[in-house]
Write a protein that binds this ligand. Structure first.
Ligand SMILES: Cc1ncc(COP(=O)(O)O)c(C=O)c1O
Length: 324
């Protein structure tokens, strides 16, 4: 066993775990890419490190600088963890629907947290996107990570997560299911896997209320965006990192399906994951139902359940939101 220089060396190379007890009887094999085991607790550690190191290389981020980002929390946590090691300050701008656990953990890493109203349009000056961008223009020696449009995001998954999945599955994979916030994960992995085998299906798991489903299916928004409780996936704008050309279909789910599957996975697989992870399993089962031959399906265990104790794992919150 070797000694790691620091926590950043623990990012990536996450396990692939076969799912079993949480599933109904099925002829298909379903696996989970365990991104919740990254040191910051989510898939976003990968892009956080890459975005900061690329900015350093370009000279866009220098010693004593401030990192600014708009996030549903996980990218913020990854950026704060990297900033802690490299001596940067961080300002994290987040919609106020995100969990208290995320806010407290960001502060524990030393971040300044700014909450914005959830449900305002992306172009609204009060939105977390607009506030973060404006702050970065006003803050000297700051770097705006801009994960939604920063190409380092998708490139990270094309160069790391995609190859890991291909290798772990021994090239025997029929379908990958993931949600999209920025779209960087599903687009980067989709591009890599389709270069390996164009027959691999890439399925986007999208919450009802997000605009991504309509944009993919109809290239226009037919159903106006509506609030949903799940965090980290679904969108009210089209991120630059969302490349639909690598996606074969979009399957929708609702909060209740995801929250109930989340509890099921924790209690039957012992995997302490969050609701967006469970949503990929819900949609994998919906896709599998339509398949005649047995399929090998990879889902995405995106983040750790520790940031949702006051929500999906809290009976009162579940009852109050009619999810039990
Ligand atoms: C919990 C969770 N799952 C999935 C994602 C989606 O990742 P991406 O932004 O690469 O689409 C995010 C993004 O923030 C997330 O926080």
């Amino acid at each position: 066993m070797q000694i790691q220089k620091n926590v950043l060396e623990l990012i990536g190379k996450t396990p692939m775990i076969q799912l079993d007890r949480c599933l109904p009887k099925t002829k298909h094999s379903i696996f989970g890419k365990a991104e919740f085991l990254n040191p910051g607790g989510s898939v976003k550690d990968r892009i956080a490190l890459r975005i900061i190191e690329s900015a350093e290389k370009r000279g866009d981020l220098t010693a004593g600088g401030t990192i600014i980002e708009a996030t549903s929390g996980n990218t913020g946590l990854g950026l704060c963890m990297v900033a802690a090691i490299k001596g940067y300050k961080s300002i994290i701008v987040m919609p106020d629907k995100m969990s208290k656990e995320k806010i407290d953990t960001l502060k524990a890493y030393g971040a300044k947290v700014i909450l914005t109203p959830s449900g305002v349009e992306a172009t609204d000056p009060r939105s977390h996107y607009s506030v973060a961008k404006k702050l970065s223009q006003e803050t000297p020696n700051s770097y705006y990570a801009n994960q939604f449009h920063n190409e380092d995001n998708m490139q990270t998954h094309y160069e790391t997560t995609g190859p890991e999945i291909w290798e772990q599955m021994g090239g025997k994979i029929d379908c990958l299911v993931n949600g999209a916030g920025t779209g960087g994960t599903i687009s980067g992995i989709g591009k890599f896997l389709k270069e390996k085998n164009p027959d691999i299906k890439i399925i986007l798991a999208d919450p009802i209320g997000s605009i991504l489903h309509d944009l993919y299916k109809y290239n226009e928004i037919k159903t106006p965006p509506a609030p949903y409780l799940i965090e980290g996936i679904g969108e009210d704008m089209l991120p630059g990192n969302m490349k639909f050309k690598y996606v074969d279909d979009v399957i929708q789910f609702n909060d209740k399906e995801a929250m109930q599957m989340c509890r099921n996975i924790v209690r039957n697989e012992g995997l302490f994951i969050g609701p967006s992870s469970a949503a990929t399993v819900v949609c994998a089962l919906k896709w599998a139902e339509k398949q005649t031959e047995p399929k090998r399906i990879v889902t995405f265990l995106c983040d750790n359940g520790d940031r949702y104790l006051s929500k999906v794992f809290n009976d009162d919150w579940m009852k109050a939101n009619h999810l039990l």
